[in-house]
Design a protein around this ligand. Structure first.
Ligand code: PHE
Length: 499
């Protein structure tokens, strides 16, 4: 395959993917930046008000939406592998995302709005996992060049995220919510145009449907299809029991979010147990599965804190933060954009530190990095614990609190997220790699869900509890981080030589 390469030695295809994902993330993070704010903004007589929902509704809806986005990457990946091929999945996914944002841009009532959200989530499920897997396909030899390719791609994600949050945030908050949603649609449109224009030239051999492998896997597939059907049956019965014993109430946003939590935890547990029992694993593959299960819990806890950028911290920025600079009040969503800005600034530095340390043979092992990530996250929320003391006494906090909190969350992210994904691909038995990468996304789904559900406690009339809420995040992430570090020896042993 003699495809054009850039001078740095990366295939030009990488930049097509970079550009498309950049615009997709522009639309995703841009819309997400104003989603919670729009939902809790009061309804006004004239065109331009928000939805007037309470935090109890808006938080779980945010959680349901963001969790669905990542959960739907499972069917999205399956559809690409079995029916469309990755490239077509990206194209259709992008179109669906754009249509979803166009629907959001019309002020047509709550029901239509929720349908728009669902459509964006379906499209993202198709696009997001498959664009990353083509990045992997560009480097069949693996190694450092592949890692570098993924780092460049991760930059695209965050350049899109930063521009999206700044643009959509500004338009949505300062001009009109629906202008913001429209800008998200326009961003995805630009991504699609670029993709179509460059696809023929640069992506020709990539992301195609691999029919031969599918034939080979048919037998194995029918067995796992039966298991999946059984699982769905058990899940539906479990949810019905929970509903009729009044444990959860799926007619409310909160109940739906709880049901989603039950679904995510069941799918994951079932998956791990199934592979352990029926996966014909060797002894070392088995202990590596334990490590992946531990990493799953850790990443879910991490995202549960981190992704509050769009929920509780966003609400905090809007209601409780003094956002004036030189007499001008910046949009609340801009503060959240700092997460992406920090990734752009610090990812190369953190990457260089790992490289430097590994040259000296002292690169910390994965469980240590996970532990560090969680502990650094807890420091960030400790700052919020202090910042929220101002709110309790009726004042506003300086925006610097959020600016520094976000720095901690991102330094944590850089310890945990790229490392975790790469270890998932290395620890997984070769035949289960793509499924386990899917499980990695499920970890993100669970974290996002919790981050949203947590916001239902951020009641305007009950700010006295705010410090203890933030303290809860501090304690949970600190304890789990310390546990990772304390247990690093057995975890490392279980990794069976994977470095
Ligand atoms: N910023 C990352 C992204 O949008 C967050 C993420 C990591 C999402 C892993 C899903 C899975 O890609």
């Amino acid at each position: 395959m003699n495809q054009p390469s850039t001078p740095q030695g990366h295939p030009e295809a990488l930049y097509v993917l970079f550009f498309t994902e950049m615009w997709e993330r522009f639309s995703y993070y841009g819309m997400r930046a104003i989603l919670t704010l729009y939902m809790i903004a009061p309804v006004s007589e004239k065109y331009g008000g928000g939805m007037g929902l309470s935090e109890k509704e808006a938080g779980p809806i945010y959680g349901l939406y963001t969790a669905s986005v990542y959960l739907l990457t499972l069917p999205g990946g399956w559809l690409a592998d079995n029916i469309f091929g990755q490239k077509k999945a990206i194209w259709f996914g992008g179109i669906i995302i754009m249509l979803g944002h166009i629907i959001l841009a019309f002020p047509a009532g709550n029901m239509v709005f929720f349908i728009g959200l669902a459509i964006v989530a379906i499209g993202t499920g198709l696009l997001k996992p498959n664009i990353s897997s083509i990045v992997g396909e560009l480097y069949p030899e693996g190694g450092a060049r592949r890692d570098a390719g993924f780092s460049i791609f991760y930059m695209g994600i965050n350049v899109g995220g930063a521009l999206g949050m700044l643009t959509v945030g500004y338009l949505g908050e300062k001009i009109e919510w629906h202008v913001g949603f429209g800008a998200a649609a326009a961003g995805m449109f630009l991504g699609l145009v670029g993709f179509k224009l460059m696809e023929e030239k640069y992506l020709k051999p990539y992301g195609l449907l691999k029919t031969k492998e599918i034939e080979k896997d048919k037998v194995a597939d029918s067995k796992s299809n039966n298991m999946a059907l059984m699982m769905i049956g058990i899940l539906i019965s479990l949810l019905l029991v929970l509903q009729f014993t009044n444990v959860i109430d799926v007619t409310t946003a909160q109940g739906l979010a709880q049901a989603m939590g039950v679904i995510i935890v069941s799918i994951t547990t079932f998956y791990f147990v199934y592979i352990l029992i029926a996966g014909k694993l060797s002894a070392v593959e088995r202990t590596r599965m334990y490590v992946m299960a531990i990493f799953f819990v850790a990443i879910a806890i991490f995202w549960a804190g981190y992704e509050q950028g769009g929920s509780t911290l966003n609400i905090f920025a809007e209601r409780n933060t003094n956002r004036f600079i030189f007499g001008w009040e910046m949009p609340a969503s801009w503060l959240q954009g700092m997460q992406s800005v920090y990734v752009i600034l610090f990812a190369p530095i953190v990457g260089a530190i790992w490289l430097y340390l590994s040259k000296r043979n002292s690169n910390p092992s994965a469980p240590i990095k996970f532990g560090m990530g969680l502990i650094i996250l807890s420091f960030g929320f400790l700052l919020m614990y202090f910042a929220s003391q101002y709110i309790v006494i009726g004042e506003k906090a300086s925006f610097m609190w959020l600016i520094i909190t976000y720095l901690f969350t991102v330094l944590g992210e850089l310890c945990i997220s790229p490392v975790g994904l790469s270890f998932y691909t290395k620890l997984a038995p070769a035949r289960f790699v793509s499924q386990l990468v899917g499980i990695w996304f499920v970890g993100a789904a669970l974290g996002n869900l919790i981050a949203g559900m947590f916001a239902s406690n951020f009641d305007k009339d009950n700010v006295a509890q705010m410090p203890s809420l933030f303290m809860l995040v501090v304690v949970v992430s600190l304890i789990s981080g310390l546990l990772m570090i304390l247990l690093y020896k057995p975890i490392k042993k279980w990794m069976g030589g994977v470095e």
